[in-house]
Design a protein around this ligand. Structure first.
Ligand SMILES: Cc1cc2nc3c(=O)[nH]c(=O)nc-3n(C[C@H](O)[C@H](O)[C@H](O)COP(=O)(O)OP(=O)(O)OC[C@H]3O[C@@H](n4cnc5c(N)ncnc54)[C@H](O)[C@@H]3O)c2cc1C
Length: 305
């Protein structure tokens, strides 16, 4: 049996596709084919599929909602396991002062936010407008408008490289600005438990709506992007450095520096991953020449560049 057939048999035909275009699974809307693509539907299915890959040294890539990645035009060799809507249950344990909310990693932050709003559970409104999954947000320590995952995570359940399930407490995740300990090991987020206070649904809705309006006003949401392309360098704002370098609207092929928010690279004219990658390299070089500041990409590169 070929490795592809083995993975199909381990993961279930209906969850697997071969030569899947990654442009369908990334918010930049670019990226070539993954050799084999698996939609994660349960912990057991994931472990079976990963076991096949591990036994054959077959490469594995993990994807959430694809909102912080740039996938190469050549695609991704090996297997891509996507945590999405089939792995997205939410459960709540209500104690006197706090609610403990456990969410499977494929759940979208927007859906979690909407669920918590209805339940009268507060503290998540800042995350509702981030277009990522819970797993991706924990991995990236996503944050916005003064909140970050670090503030609300109680613990995270991970699958380690030897395919055992472990619970990691907040401290061991070593979360800091767009960083987690998970970046330096092969451990996949299965679920996260958040500790959140109670609140009034109407107030939570008003706060969520206000932040979403801010996003619409400030961000080029009409074009494919991956949000802020670069991390915030200490003491500066990436968008301002880019604008002050004269790069507003700077274009490579079908990709450009947004004229609405210079921190965003947008794929506004059907660009390729190569266009976007080259654009980010140019921006890094020009900003360094002008200001001596090294911009570091926040977006994660998947595949060969
Ligand atoms: C319009 C727009 C606005 C944005 N605004 C914000 C913002 O305000 N704040 C912010 O922080 N980010 C923002 N982002 C970026 C992005 O949404 C976040 O980084 C988000 O947390 C990424 O989640 P994801 O599920 O899409 O991850 P993906 O892009 O799929 O993956 C990102 C990384 O996480 C890894 N990963 C994904 N799931 C798992 C898992 N279960 N276990 C282990 N590793 C995993 C992937 O391998 C990859 O390295 C924005 C993006 C866009 C397009």
């Amino acid at each position: 049996m070929s490795i592809i057939d083995e993975i199909i048999s381990a993961c279930g035909q209906e969850y697997v596709s071969v030569n899947e275009p990654m442009s369908r699974h990334t918010t930049f809307r670019v990226g070539g084919n993954a050799d084999i693509f698996i939609r994660v539907s349960s912990k057991e299915q994931l472990i079976s599929g990963l076991k096949v890959c591990r036994d054959s040294d077959y490469p594995v890539t993990i994807l959430g909602n694809g909102s912080n990645v740039l996938v190469s035009d050549a695609g991704i060799r090996g297997a891509v396991f996507e945590f999405g809507r089939e792995f997205a249950d939410i459960s709540v344990v209500k104690e006197d002062d706090m609610a403990f909310v456990t969410v499977l990693s494929g759940a979208l932050l927007s859906n979690v936010g909407a669920y918590l709003m209805k339940e009268g559970i507060a503290g998540f409104h800042w995350a509702s407008g981030i277009p990522g999954s819970v797993g991706g947000a924990c991995y990236m320590n996503a944050g916005a408008y003064g909140g970050e995952m670090k503030d609300i995570i109680k613990s995270v359940e991970v699958l380690t490289s030897d395919l055992s399930v472990e619970v990691r407490d907040l401290e061991s995740l070593d979360l800091s600005y767009r960083h987690s300990a998970l970046m330096s090991e092969e451990a996949y987020v299965l679920s996260a438990t958040f500790a959140l206070p109670y609140g009034d649904s109407e107030t939570i809705k008003a706060m969520t709506d206000e932040l979403n309006q801010k996003r619409r006003d400030k961000q080029p949401l009409e074009f494919p992007s991956a949000g802020s392309t670069f991390k915030r360098p200490e003491g500066y704002f990436a968008g301002k450095l880019i604008e002050d370098s004269g790069l507003k609207g700077y274009r490579v092929g079908g990709a450009s520096v947004s004229t609405k928010h210079c921190g965003f690279v947008v794929n506004d004219e059907h660009g390729t991953a190569t266009d976007i990658y080259k654009l980010t390299e140019d921006v890094k070089k020009i900003v360094f020449e002008k200001f001596g500041v090294n911009l570091e990409r926040e977006i994660r590169l998947l595949g060969e560049f």
